[in-house]
Design a protein around this ligand. Sequence first.
Ligand SMILES: *Cc1c(COP(=O)(O)O)cnc(C)c1O
Length: 382
Amino acid sequence: MIKIPFGKPMINHLEKDAVMKVMDGSILVHGPISTQFENKFASFTGAPNAVSVSSCTAGMHLIYFALGYGPGDEVIVPAQTHVATAHAVELTGAKPVFVDCEENTGNINIDAIEAAINEKTKAIAIVHYLGVPVDMPQVVQIARKYNIFLLEDCALAPGAKVNGIHVGLHGDAGVFSFYPVKHLTTAEGGMIILRDNELSQKLKLLKAFGVDRSYGERKIPGVYDTIDLGFNYRMSEIHAAIGNIQIDKLPGFLIKRKNNFNTLKNNLENFDGFRVLPQPSGKHLDSCHYCLGVLLEKNIISKRSQIINLLAEQGVGSSVYYPQPVPRMKYYKDKYGYNEEKYKNASYMSDGMIALPVGPHLDIKDMETIAEALKTCINKVV
Ligand SMILES: *Cc1c(COP(=O)(O)O)cnc(C)c1O
């Protein structure tokens, strides 16, 4: 039985009460609660604008759609990420062009970005892999040089900062996920932050059918016009009510994550068979510790499944981020072909890493248990 799960939503009476309050009222969507959550998220990150959406995937798709991308356009996407980062591009008809990650952190190899840019390139998407921020000033410089949009997939990065500025505010937009195992949850949900007021207004319009007025602003009930093509990518009041409580808890979650991470890291030092994925090397980069990634040495990556199963037998849950480099996933491989040589680091990361939990549902004692279990399991298979 798993005694130390990889992730566990931290829901208590506060979230339950907030949800019940919404259920007792008559406004389930387009209401004040999602606006309140947007405001709280904006103030947590320091963002001038925040737009709630139904998921991180929806948020990224909405941005590309609003920017008018389509067939013939290209967007640079890290090979080592959740498939959503690529799907958001693919859904518009544009083509994701994959760039390998660097070996140390799993973040996009910044030095390889420029070689992937051509006259079709409309945007660069980066991912703050496992909450370790990408060194943004370097990427911003490239995006500005070619005058292309810069999107930050911040799904695993609330609380991460570069030069003291929250991730998502270095590029042109940042998108967050509130899926259950992420830093904070609304069950399903996402948030876009951005500086550009005009684009923010457009996103608000297009996430709600392109209808000119939101529900509460209609002069005559039921009467509205549609001025653009859009989706229904809104967040409901019920989901936002959970988020409103979770965002208040987030600073506490982040402290627990950091303490757990550091304890686990210390307990794993000087051990053969794997290395701990480095945290950011520069002082100007602050991680938000999504998990602790260990990368097995190449000669034992074939034993990974065995190690993961043995860990589970000892009650320790783990995960893999992400199970395949995106260009190697069937849909993308079939469509665009796959050249392993081009994505060596991303493949190694996918095939050799084990993500260990450091979430706020766990404490220091659990970290000691995880470290001991990992050492025992590796000793058993090598
Ligand atoms: C989880 C995740 C997503 C998807 O988020 P949803 O809210 O489920 O759409 C996107 N990108 C990254 C990097 C993720 O980890």
